[in-house]
Ligand binder design. Sequence first.
Ligand SMILES: [Zn+2]
Length: 216
Amino acid sequence: MALLDLLIPPACSGCGTYGEALCRRCRSAFRPAGAPLDRFVAPDPAVVVGDELQVAVAAFRYDGVLRRALSRLKYGGASRLAKPLAEAAAPLLADFAEHHRSAALVPVPVHPERLRQRGYNQAALLARHLAGDWAGEVADVLVRARPTSQQHRLNRAERLRNLRDAFALRTGARAPPAAILVDDILTTSATLEACAGVLRAAGSVRVVGIAIAREV
Ligand SMILES: [Zn+2]
C-alpha cells in the first residue's frame, strides 16, 4: 500500500466523500457492460497471434464514476481502489468464474519500468481480490517484455504490431492448464489475445479472459 494511503483518510474517488475509497452510492452507479450476451467479446479477428483466447467478458461499461476510479487505480496510485472495484465486479463475473472454476487467474502484466513507477500491477491486485472472492488461485506467470503503454492512441493495426512479442512467460514459471486472464479494461481483445497466445504456446489448454470494464 502506498504511503499516502496510510496517511490520508480515503476519499471516495467518485464523489469525494471521506470514509471509503469507493462509496456504496457510487458503486451502485456502475453500469453493467450490457445484457449477458453483449458482455461477451469474440476474439478479435485481426489479431495476429491467432484465436487462442476463447472468450472474454467484462463486468461494467467503462464510463462515469467507474472510469474515474479505474483511472485513479491505474494512474493515480490509488491501489486501495482494487478491492472495492473487484468486489463490485465479482457478482457480475461469478457465473463465468464458476464455469471456469478450475482455471487459475492470470493477471495481464505491466512492464517492469511501469511497475517500478506505479508500485503495483493493478491487474494483479484485481486478480488477487477476485481470487479471494471466488476461492480461486492466482498464477502471476506472465511478464511484459516491452512497454505497450501507448496502446489507446493506436489504431488496430498499430496496436497489434505493438503487441506482438510484448508478453512472455516468466522465467521458471509454468502455464496453468486452464487460465482466466485478468485485466482492468477491455478495449479490443488484442491484449488478452496476445497473452493467451503466450499461455497456449506454453501449454495452457484453455484460456479465457475477464475485465472490470469494457470500453465500447
Ligand atoms: Zn462516492
